[in-house]
Design a protein. Structure first.
Length: 375
């Protein structure tokens, strides 16, 4: 039996890059052949399969920003590659990869799966842009394409807001390999041994300004420290966040790490007291899955992805009100009750093993590929 050939189309950055690399290094390469079409300026490291073999990839002008000329060029070149490669499936990722890949796949008459990793129209406060992005999603939802959602909330949004037919919606939860923690940090620890943590660049999506307000509330009632990882060197809200930290006099209460290797992130999460997320929207966040796998309770906002991972009162708390005081109360509840905190951490790890361990869940994705492949 010949391998099922899957061509991925994406801009390989952030969580999308993590998703693809986890997929490629866990899928059965005796049954599936993966080829990657991605941006000229994204991934620097090669893509490999589970045996360490470097996979075939093609670089095209696939950029996040809307650029009609470059986007048309990318669609044309993707179409030509699909005609040459003759895949059984095209798997497109994120907004721009989804647009370029789906149009090219429709022209090439190849079945196409679309994984948005959080729909693009959720990313803007601008009503015009939000409506435009939603219209584009609706325009491309039909024909030979199906939605492969990363969470139940994303699947529901695809049906209720984008208008996918239920029979055209598949689900494969984001999943990770069991993380290795306890390794020595490659960065110097400048923060205290007791701390809470989070991962995510200061942005509208991560709602980092709310996080700083929560830290102000907490600092008034207890000695607490936050380690904020993944800040990066350019973030849309970075200066606002720094200004708010200074305004609230929290410089000695918050450590911001520009960048850290994944092994450091795992160790920092593993040594923390709990994980916090104030996101406005997510697909299915890897940082929370990692925290669960490392046995950490989480206090999170009530948004897509977060509410799928955290069962309120079981492996953490979901803050439905969005109020600063409610976040602070639940964090204090966990920090003041070691027995409850440890129990929720155990529940988190159990839930990870049941639903988000890629060594077992990868078979679900393989089955989706088999059932959707072109005859």
């Amino acid at each position: 039996m010949s391998k099922i050939r899957v061509v991925h189309v994406l801009n390989a950055v952030g969580g999308v890059d993590v998703y693809l690399r986890l997929l490629l290094t866990n899928v059965n390469n005796a049954k599936f052949e993966n080829i990657i079409i991605h941006s000229t300026d994204d991934a620097k490291l090669p893509f490999t399969d589970k045996d360490g073999n470097i996979l075939q990839d093609y670089k095209l002008p696939i950029y996040r920003e809307i650029s009609p000329l470059r986007d048309i060029q990318a669609i044309y070149h993707t179409f030509k590659l699909l005609k040459e490669l003759k895949p059984d499936i095209v798997h497109t990722h994120s907004a721009k990869g989804g647009v370029i890949g789906r149009i090219a796949a429709k022209l090439a008459r190849v079945p196409v799966l679309y994984t948005p990793h959080a729909f693009s129209y959720l990313s803007t406060q601008n009503p015009f842009k939000r409506n435009l992005y939603l219209r584009i999603e609706k325009l491309l939802r039909g024909g030979n394409s199906a939605l492969l959602a990363t969470s139940p909330s994303e699947a529901n949004r695809g049906v209720l807001e984008v208008g996918f037919k239920k029979e055209k919606v598949l689900l494969y939860n984001n999943s990770i390999e069991p993380p290795q923690s306890g390794k020595p940090l490659s960065v110097i620890q400048t923060w205290p041994d007791k701390y809470i943590c989070t991962v995510g660049r200061p942005s509208y999506q991560k709602n980092t300004l709310l996080l700083i307000e929560i830290m102000r509330e907490l600092s008034m009632v207890r000695n607490i420290h936050l380690v904020l990882m993944g800040v990066g060197h350019y973030c849309e809200d970075l200066q606002k966040v720094k200004s708010l930290i200074a305004q609230f006099n929290l410089q000695d209460k918050i450590t911001m790490l520009d960048w850290a290797p994944r092994k450091d992130i795992f160790t920092i999460i593993s040594n923390s007291q709990l994980y916090i997320s104030t996101s406005r929207y997510e697909g299915l966040p890897y940082s929370i899955i990692e925290s669960m796998a490392l046995g950490k309770p989480c206090v999170v906002s009530d948004c897509d992805g977060n509410r799928d991972l955290i069962i309120d009162g079981y492996n953490g708390y979901v803050i439905k009100t969005g109020k600063v005081t409610d976040y602070a109360d639940k964090i204090c509840t966990l920090l003041d009750d070691e027995i409850q905190k440890d129990k929720m951490g155990e529940n988190a790890k159990r839930l990870y093993e049941e639903k988000y361990n890629i060594t077992t869940t990868i078979k679900q994705l393989e089955q989706h590929y088999k059932s959707f492949a072109k005859d």
